[in-house]
Design a protein. Structure first.
Length: 189
C-alpha cells in the first residue's frame, strides 16, 4: 500500500533523521526524484528537528514553493532499526490578499452566484477533510495487514474497512465534482 497509496508517504530513519524512502505520491507532491529525496534530511523539507504528530507545518518543494501540510506518523521497527512512517496531508493554502492595505476586489462576486459558490466551498472543504481522514484510515489498515493472520476475523474486518474506505473515496469524488475543484482532484490523485 505504501507504493500505491494516493497519499504522500515517507519513511524517516528515526535516529539519523534522513529520508529512507518515499512513495510516488510524495515524489509528485515535492517534485524531487526519489533518489534525491532519499539523500535528504527530513528537516530539509521544513520539518522542525523535534516534533510530535500530528504536526501542522510548511514543507518546501523542489520549485521553492511552500505547502501547508499536516504530518501524521507511526513508529516502525524494521529488524531493530526504528523508522517513522510519515503520512503527509496537504492543507488548503490560506487566503492571501494581494493588497493588505486596500479592499480585496478579487472577492467581488455576483449576488446571484453566492449560494452556488458557498456550496462549492463547503464541498471543497468537506472533500479535502474526508480525503485526509481516509488517508489515515488506509494507513492504519496497511499497518494492521502486516500483523493479522489471513482468513482471521481481524483480516475480514480489515477487508470491511477497505470496502468502506473505497465507498468514502467515491463520495469524496462526488464532492470534487460538485466543488468543480481541480485542487481537490489533485489530492485524490
Amino acid at each position: 500500500m505504501f507504493e500505491t497509496s494516493s497519499a504522500p508517504q515517507l519513511l524517516v530513519h528515526e535516529a539519523r533523521g534522513v529520508i529512507a524512502d518515499v512513495n510516488p505520491a510524495a515524489v509528485r507532491l515535492y517534485g524531487w526524484p526519489r533518489e534525491a529525496m532519499t539523500a535528504m534530511h527530513f528537516t530539509d523539507l521544513g520539518t522542525p528537528e523535534t516534533w510530535n504528530a500530528p504536526l501542522r507545518t510548511r514543507h518546501r518543494t523542489a520549485r521553492g514553493e511552500w505547502r501547508e501540510v499536516e504530518l501524521h506518523s507511526a513508529a516502525l521497527d524494521a529488524d531493530g532499526v526504528m523508522f517513522r512512517h510519515v503520512i503527509v496531508h496537504t492543507l488548503p493554502a490560506p487566503a492571501v490578499r494581494a493588497n493588505a492595505a486596500g479592499p480585496d476586489t478579487s472577492a467581488v462576486r455576483s449576488v446571484a452566484s453566492e449560494p452556488l459558490q458557498d456550496l462549492r466551498s463547503v464541498a471543497r472543504r468537506v472533500g479535502h477533510d474526508l480525503n485526509n481522514v481516509l488517508t489515515v484510515v488506509r494507513g492504519a489498515a496497511m499497518f494492521l495487514q502486516d500483523v493479522v493472520q489471513p482468513g482471521s476475523q481481524a483480516s475480514e474486518d480489515l477487508a470491511s474497512i477497505e470496502r468502506a474506505a473505497d465507498r468514502a473515496e467515491a463520495l469524496t469524488e462526488e464532492l470534487r465534482r460538485v466543488a468543480g475543484d481541480a485542487a481537490l482532484q489533485q489530492d485524490l490523485l
